[in-house]
Ligand binder design. Structure first.
Ligand code: 5GP
Ligand code: MG
Ligand code: MG
Length: 183
């Protein structure tokens, strides 16, 4: 879906498809350079991270297995509840594995800080984070994030995997959702 197909619902396009392609390629090059030949498991957080996982994994030069988790922290609204539940767990044993969590957006950081602690407790050799977007003004907890696509303003965004009530995930760019849509 192109932004013109959802125009009335969006107030601003923050990053176009072309900008995302370019930035994801840069992140992939950095990840390849940092990890070298070590075996790294990409852990995607469903469902928001499907697009970045698909594009990032294909932009990587090395061999990176992937696995998925689904957690819930939001319900159907637009604010994090801080209560995290595992809806789908990993299939992979993390003992002594290097793990790179692939996320769509870090808002309050509550979900990821919980996930970090959870994955570390399984005996992973290392756990790092790659997120396409981060909202510094919304942070409620400090998280050490190794790879960030962009810092964005504290607004509710959709597209490129990010939804509102399961809508707009297939929008090709990242855009601010008009508050008229959800208020
Ligand atoms: P946090 O726990 O960091 O507040 O929120 C994490 C999750 O909330 C994200 O992985 C994402 O699923 C959802 N989320 C946070 N901010 C946004 C946003 O601006 N747009 C959308 N669509 N989802 C968001
Ligand atoms: Mg997410
Ligand atoms: Mg969502």
């Amino acid at each position: 879906m192109k932004p013109e197909h959802a125009q009335g619902d969006l107030t601003e396009v923050l990053h176009t498809k072309e900008e995302i392609d370019q930035r994801v390629a840069e992140l992939a090059a950095q990840i390849d350079a940092d990890y070298g030949d070590s075996d790294v498991l990409l852990v995607g957080v469903l469902k928001g991270a499907v697009m970045i996982m698909a594009d990032l994994s294909r932009a990587l030069a090395g061999q990176y297995p992937m696995d998925w988790m689904a957690v819930s922290s939001y319900g159907s609204g637009t604010k994090s509840s801080g209560v995290v539940r595992i809806l789908k767990d990993l299939d992979t044993d993390l003992t002594d594995r290097h793990v790179l969590i692939v996320e769509d957006v870090i808002d309050s950081g509550l979900t990821l800080s919980w996930l970090l602690a959870n994955l570390k407790s399984r005996g992973a050799a290392s756990v790092e984070i790659c997120t396409l977007l981060r909202k510094p003004e919304a942070a409620k907890v400090e998280i050490d994030v190794r790879y960030v696509g962009w810092d964005i303003p504290n607004e509710f965004v959709v597209g490129y995997g990010l939804d509102w009530n399961e809508k707009y995930r297939n929008l090709e760019c990242i855009a601010v959702l008009s508050p008229d849509v959800y208020s």
